[in-house]
Design a protein around this ligand. Structure first.
Ligand SMILES: C[S@@+](CC[C@H](N)C(=O)[O-])C[C@H]1O[C@@H](n2cnc3c(N)ncnc32)[C@H](O)[C@@H]1O
Length: 425
């Protein structure tokens, strides 16, 4: 456990210094290639857990420390240990002993080793009162930054607590069945024959009772199934693609929605993204699902002069870059990395992409604007602004009644998304 705690310390340190958790973890697996799957699981659990409950754990530690602790790594080690003491089933004495040993690997200072021991033992003695005191502040109670809590409260007064709670849950593993190859019922049967229990989440996804690595999914390599959040599975059907249509997926990588579009109809699909590395993942997914696109282009969606051949599209999917505030349960680092001012930056980027894409849409064509955000700056306000500037655009009602005015709020079954279907007349 000492090794896993120490690796998690360096991951948490990098993330809280500004790097994305997914990127840091990938780097970590490359650097420590001999880790067992159990060790990897523990490292992942510590890193995700600390970031998920950082607000609460940080408040507890601040109360316990009284004076500020200069050594950041020891601070993060203590956070990891508090996470274990609160959220794992390991015996408390094991966690405390291992943490003190881990601190010896980090610094050669007996006072610090003594402090680590004393802090953790104090925590165990005063756990109940500490938990109460740490949740007196909203940051400790909800484990989100205060600006985030305030914004959600003002934008979603009826639902902000549900959103904050959903953000702090472990997400389900959701599957999209490739219905060109197998029906949802038949695939569910296949899962059950392989000892995996699943349930159907409205309207199309299968949620696994226990997450597994993708290689264990029956027929994964043959393209029977893809991993995709249930909320994300609304996108492709909402666009209403039909055989023979010219379709653009403008912000496509890693290709979750592109491949779904290709499963729904025989379309001529142009796949665009400005990130080469992420486009490689699209190619991988197409290969696994035995699908092909008309073109795959690495370019800026907001700069059509650089890549567009002048032929109009019947349908455009604009799954624009955003704050990702709707997918916090899968990426708990997001809530600590984002700044409130980022929303304005995303909004400018989103308007630029939306305006450029509109020029490429045929008359009577439809464009689906998508974000995985719960903030109105990236959602409703963007569409209001767009409609003011484009008199040839109108909002098409969505077929899914669940999408109240386009906003799907995160819950225990799916992530948060915003959908608006725009019709060009
Ligand atoms: C929300 S993700 C797309 C997820 C994807 N649609 C899926 O379902 O798998 C947004 C994507 O937009 C890409 N992107 C960001 N700015 C872009 C731009 N100016 N032009 C094209 N792609 C862009 C990012 O690289 C990222 O892959």
């Amino acid at each position: 456990m000492i090794k896993t705690q120490l690796i998690a310390v360096s991951i948490v340190n990098k993330v809280l210094s500004g790097s994305s958790l997914t990127g840091v973890l990938n780097e970590c697996w490359q650097r420590h290639s001999t880790l067992s799957s159990q060790q990897k699981g523990a490292i992942q659990d510590f890193s995700y857990g600390v970031l998920r409950f950082y607000g609460q754990l940080n408040e507890i530690l601040e109360i316990l420390l009284r004076k500020s602790l200069q050594d950041k790594k020891i601070y993060y080690l203590l956070l990891i240990s508090l996470y274990q003491l609160l959220y794992s089933k390991l015996p408390a004495y094991t966690v405390v002993n291992q943490t003190v040993s881990a601190s010896r690997k980090l610094v050669n200072d007996k006072k610090i080793h003594g402090l680590v021991n004393a802090v953790l033992r104090n925590f165990l003695r005063q756990k109940n009162i500490l938990l109460i005191n740490a949740t007196k502040k909203e940051v400790g109670f909800y484990s989100h930054p205060q600006w985030w809590i305030d914004k959600l409260r003002s934008q979603h007064p009826q639902h902000f607590q549900i959103i904050l709670n959903a953000d702090n849950k472990r997400p389900p593993m959701a599957l999209r069945v490739n219905q060109r190859k197998i029906s949802i019922t038949a695939y569910q049967q296949l899962l059950s024959e392989n000892g995996m229990e699943s349930q159907l989440a409205w309207p199309y996804a299968l949620l696994l009772k226990k997450p597994v690595s993708v290689e264990k999914l029956p027929g994964f390599n043959k393209g029977l199934v893809s991993v995709q959040d249930a909320g994300a599975q609304f996108a492709a059907p909402l666009l209403g693609v039909r055989h023979g249509m010219r379709v653009l997926d403008a912000c496509a990588a890693p290709g979750g929605k592109s491949t779904h579009l290709l499963e729904l109809a025989d379309i001529s699909l142009t796949i665009l993204d400005n990130d080469k590395t992420r486009l490689a993942q699209v190619e991988q997914n197409l290969g696994r699902l035995q699908m092909s696109a008309h073109r795959i282009i690495c370019a800026d969606a907001a700069d059509p002069d650089a890549w567009w051949d002048g032929k109009f599209f019947d349908r455009i999917l604009a799954d624009v870059p955003c704050s990702a505030s709707g997918v916090v349960c899968r990426h708990p680092d997001i809530k600590w990395l984002r700044r409130e001012s980022d929303l304005q930056k995303f909004a400018i980027q989103q308007q630029a992409i939306l305006h450029a894409l509109w020029q490429m849409l045929a008359r009577n064509g439809k464009l689906l604007y998508v974000t995985c955000s719960v903030f109105i700056e990236e959602n409703k306000l963007q569409i209001d602004q767009f409609l003011k500037l484009h008199s040839d655009a109108r909002i098409e009602p969505l077929s899914e009644s669940m999408l109240q005015e386009g906003q799907l709020l995160p819950d225990s079954e799916h992530d948060g998304f915003f959908y608006t279907l725009l019709h060009k007349f």
